[in-house]
Design a protein around this ligand. Structure first.
Ligand code: PLP
Length: 394
């Protein structure tokens, strides 16, 4: 009657969603302000004003047929040209408009890219901790999903471990920086070493290993932290970008895939991307929002709010005795659980109405993820609960 594989996927619980649903139930029981829900990465800051202004302008000035009609499968050429120019201006990398494919967000960027690259017997490798949907996206293509560890002290990628894992089956490496769930930005030094390793390994195994940069958090960085643009370090790079987090537009489903002009067989890779988007039935990315993002290149919602939340949490949690991974980007804090079993710790946190995601589904044990894209009031109000939770372990 139906696919068992898909049924299993549809019924297997996502830990994050489970916790989120539990939070909604609990809020109905005791009041929303009494539950400190840090479960989900839904931006809490308004999109920049330019988003609404552009929508209004487009509605006023364009005719509805062209504004809401299909664009070409890869996206509107004017939009792709604007993105290409932006990438060159800001990052100094060459991605011609004919190598940019508009998508319904990073999830679509990834599924299309993985499907376009996959050949029978391939594997894709990522580093733990990782966004749990990677496993679903990779395995849905038929490829093997392999996890390399990160360095335990700073959660930078463990390149020695990666070197041992790479085999002729390795088609690509997924890098997510700034990282969900750790907030870690991979240092330029490690990017240089990683790219060197991939160049050598590509020669050794006789085919290029593709670097897939999943970058929905690229602009969400704090202080003077820089996120290296991977195409500038490695030719066989495909960037999977999304405006979900930078412009606070996750429900509008808009992003793109950028294939480096310097990639081996870039044109063919792009055709495979077009074919995969077609086979998955994406048709084209939402046309109104393609036009909106064209006018909002490089903008972000007010991330000073996330910066403030991050600092309040870091200072308070450290003073209560928690150990946090240095979060240079995204809006997540990865905190060592106060007992080895992260799930047991998350369950105990619930007694204090704190909803913290246990780290196991991110591919590492012993941590919880705090999504701090919530109101600063919620952060302030939650601090006594964090303190009481820490004291309960003393
Ligand atoms: N990749 C990472 C690392 C994410 O955290 C998310 C969403 O939270 C996605 C991809 C999917 O993003 P989008 O909503 O743009 O599809």
């Amino acid at each position: 009657m139906f696919s068992k594989k898909m049924h299993d996927l549809g019924t297997s619980p996502s830990v994050i969603r489970d916790l989120f649903e539990y939070g909604n139930k609990r809020k109905a029981e005791i009041g929303a302000d009494k539950v400190f829900d840090f479960s989900i990465g839904n931006p809490s800051v308004e999109p920049p004003a330019k988003v609404a202004e552009t929508i209004e302008k487009l509605l006023r000035e364009s005719d509805g047929v062209s504004l809401h009609g299909y664009t070409s499968g890869a996206g509107d050429m004017g939009v792709r040209t604007a993105i290409s120019e932006y990438i060159e201006k800001i990052h100094g990398a060459k991605v011609s408009p004919s190598h940019i494919y508009m998508t319904c967000g990073a999830a679509a960027s990834l599924t299309i890219t993985l499907g376009a690259l996959f050949e029978e017997g391939d594997e894709f490798i990522t580093f733990a901790p990782f966004f749990p949907e990677y496993r679903v996206f990779v395995e849905s293509t038929g490829a093997k999903f392999t996890v390399a560890p990160s360095d335990e002290k700073d959660f930078q990628p463990d390149l020695a471990a990666l070197e041992k894992l790479i085999s002729p089956a390795t088609k690509g490496i997924i890098i997510n920086s700034p990282n969900n769930p750790s907030g870690v930005v991979v240092s330029e030094e490690n990017i240089v070493k990683l790219c060197e390793l991939l160049k050598n390994k590509s020669t050794e195994i006789g085919h290029p290993i593709v670097l897939i940069a999943d970058e929905p958090y690229r602009e969400l960085v704090y202080g003077d932290v820089r996120v290296p643009y991977l195409m500038n370090y490695y030719d066989d790079t495909i960037v999977c970008y999304s405006y979900s987090k930078s412009l606070s537009l996750p429900g509008e489903r808009i992003g793109y895939i950028a294939v480096s002009d310097r990639m081996n067989g870039a044109d063919d890779a792009f055709f495979a991307i077009c074919g995969c988007g077609r086979s998955l039935g994406f048709v084209c990315a939402p046309s109104l929002f393609q036009r909106v993002v064209k006018e909002c290149q490089g903008m972000t919602s007010d991330i000073s709010i996330y910066a403030k939340n991050r600092q309040i949490l870091l200072d308070a949690l450290t003073s209560y005795g928690y150990r946090c991974i240095q979060p240079d980007g995204a809006f997540y804090l990865f905190v060592e659980a106060l007992e080895p079993d992260a799930k047991a710790f998350s369950d105990r946190a619930k007694k204090y109405e704190l909803l913290l995601v246990p780290s196991d589904s991110f591919g590492v044990g012993g941590y919880v993820r705090i999504s701090y894209c919530v109101s600063t009031e919620q952060i302030q109000a939650s601090l006594p609960a964090f303190e009481a939770l820490a004291k309960s372990y003393k």
